[in-house]
Design a protein. Structure first.
Ligand SMILES: Cc1ncc(COP(=O)(O)O)c(C=O)c1O
Length: 278
């Protein structure tokens, strides 16, 4: 009999259009790729004895990691506080609260570096457990061992010429491309980030001045910056094909269309679309 957490991973890979294959991460338990990251970081922390029932986990996230951590914390009995930028969608906040997580909402400009610094101090004092998806190697390992490996199997021997993925923590693109490069040495890896000053929920621009330590830029051949408008265009186009996904999925898809890539292109659709309907 399957357990709840067994429903994480093994998501379908769909041929959205001829030669464009998308890994449908919205099929995970809480509807996003971050179930994989959250579970791998929690299981690692448990193995290392960092986590015991009753302990307080605090994590900064643009939402999806928070939702995934809230679901797993509910199952395992951990207390969770999620630090999120004010602009995070109401639907995501409600999901975290419904699973029993706490929310600490901060101004967008304080998000990430100052919070990461503060939480590291708190963890040193033994006040909290800070899993830190921006620096936690399990956020790469799970995509190398699972997401990337699943893609190789699901392509059933077909060549992969391009892998296109959005940049957030960098866990997805770093882990998956490491695996794909082992099988397809000539593959081109393309990262997608929002244009400076624009917002595509789930994605972050390196031009904001913060490069997550787990993001291996040596593995990426090209980084494309996309307008928020283009991410909505891609999302709406996919919805008209019956695929309701989030804005970062719209962004990677529209990037593939704009670049008019030739050959087999694999991408990741990180989450479902219901949480972005304004
Ligand atoms: C919706 C969405 N898309 C894409 C990403 C980027 O994934 P990664 O953090 O692995 O770079 C995230 C991460 O927060 C996300 O929430």
């Amino acid at each position: 009999m399957k357990q709840l957490l067994d429903l994480i991973g093994n998501t379908p890979l769909l041929e959205i259009e001829p030669n464009i294959f998308a890994k449908m991460e919205g099929f995970n338990l809480t509807g996003s790729i971050k179930d994989r990251t959250a579970l791998s970081m929690i299981e690692d922390a448990e193995k290392k004895g960092r986590l015991k029932p009753g302990v307080s986990i605090v994590e900064p996230t643009s939402g999806n990691t928070g939702i995934a951590l809230a679901m797993i914390s509910a199952i395992k009995g951990y207390e969770l506080s999620v630090v999120i930028p004010q602009s995070t969608s109401e639907e995501k906040k409600k999901m975290i609260l419904t699973y029993g997580g706490r929310i600490i909402s901060i101004p967008d400009e304080r998000f990430r570096e100052p919070v990461i610094k503060e939480l590291k101090e708190k963890e040193k004092l033994g006040e909290i457990v800070f899993l830190n998806q921006y620096e936690n190697e399990n956020n790469v390992k799970v995509h190398y061992e699972k997401t990337g490996e699943e893609i190789v199997k699901q392509m059933e021997g077909k060549q992969i010429d391009y892998f296109v993925a959005g940049l957030g923590t960098g866990g997805t693109i770093t882990g998956v491309s490491k695996k794909l490069k082992e099988h397809f040495p000539n593959i081109k890896i393309i990262g997608v980030e929002p244009k400076k000053g624009e917002k595509i929920e789930g994605l972050k621009s390196l031009k904001d001045g913060y490069t997550p330590p787990i993001l291996n830029l040596n593995q990426i051949d090209e980084i494309i910056d996309l307008s928020a408008e283009d991410s909505v265009k891609g999302r709406n186009y996919l919805a008209k094909k019956g695929i309701l996904v989030g804005l970062s999925s719209g962004a990677v898809f529209q990037t593939i269309k704009n670049l008019n890539l030739k050959g087999n292109v694999v991408t990741i659709f990180p989450d479902r679309g219901e949480r972005y309907l304004k």
